[in-house]
Design a protein. Structure first.
Length: 212
C-alpha cells in the first residue's frame, strides 16, 4: 500500500521529538497537517478535519494518549499509532483496548515506522515483535505515576484509594458492594503489582507518585 500523500497529525508534548518525527514523515511523502503538544488541543481539530493517521504519545498533560484513543475512535475511523517510551505489556494492551491500531517505541527505526503505517492503513493492527518480547521478559517496570496507574485495574485503583483512606476490608467491601474476601484479594494483588510489602509502604508510594 502506498503511504505517500496520506494526511498525518502528530501529538506529543516533547517539541524536539515531534518536530523530528514530522521531518521523517515528510521525507517519506506523508503530509503532516499539524503538530499538537496535548491531546485536548488536538481533539477539536481531528473531529473537523479528515486525517488518515494520528501519531500520539501516551503520557501528556490534560488528555493523555489513551483518553485520546477512546474519544477519537468512538467517532472516527482515523488510525492511531501510539509512539511512546513505555514498553510495559499492560500499557500496550490498554492502548489497543482503547482503540489504537499500532504501537511503537520512540526509538523505532524508519523501516519499522513504514512497516507499521502500511499495516495500519491496510486495516491490520501492529506492534513490534521485539517490543512484545521485551515487555514479556521485563518483570520490573520503571516507576512513575502513569505506568503504576495503568499496571492496576480500575477496581484495584478504587480499592487502593479506600486503603489510603484507612478503611478496613469490611468497610471497603460494604462501600463497593463486594465481599470481604474479594477485597483481601484486591489488596494482595495491589501490593504485588506495585512491589510493596505492606500498607505503610503502599501509602508512601502513593504519596510519592501522587497516585490518588
Amino acid at each position: 500500500m502506498k503511504i505517500e500523500g496520506k494526511k498525518v497529525v502528530i501529538i506529543d508534548d516533547h517539541k524536539l521529538f515531534s518536530e523530528g518525527l514530522a521531518s521523517i514523515l515528510s521525507n517519506l511523502g506523508l503530509r503532516v497537517m499539524c503538530i499538537f503538544h496535548d491531546g485536548k488541543e488536538a481533539i477539536p481539530y481531528l473531529l473537523r478535519t479528515q486525517v488518515d493517521i494520528v501519531f500520539s504519545d501516551i503520557n501528556m498533560p490534560k488528555v493523555d494518549g489513551l483518553q485520546l484513543c477512546r474519544t477519537i475512535t468512538k467517532q472516527l475511523k482515523t488510525k492511531i499509532i501510539i509512539l511512546s517510551m513505555y514498553e510495559d505489556k499492560n500499557i500496550i494492551k490498554e492502548a489497543f483496548k482503547c482503540g489504537a491500531s499500532g504501537y511503537l517505541t520512540k526509538n523505532s527505526s524508519q523501516e519499522e515506522i513504514i512497516r507499521t503505517i502500511t499495516k495500519v492503513l491496510s486495516g491490520k493492527m501492529h506492534v513490534n515483535k521485539k517490543l512484545v518480547k521485551i515487555s514479556s521478559e521485563n518483570g520490573s517496570i520503571n516507576k512513575d505515576k502513569f505506568t503504576l496507574n495503568y499496571n492496576l485495574t480500575l477496581r484495584e485503583r478504587v480499592v487502593m484509594k479506600c486503603i489510603i483512606e484507612e478503611k478496613n476490608n469490611s468497610e471497603i467491601g460494604e462501600e463497593l458492594e463486594i465481599s470481604k474476601r474479594t477485597v483481601e484479594t484486591h489488596r494482595k494483588n495491589i501490593l504485588v503489582k506495585l512491589g510493596v510489602k505492606n500498607t505503610i509502604a503502599l501509602t508512601k508510594l502513593v504519596i510519592k507518585y501522587n497516585l490518588v
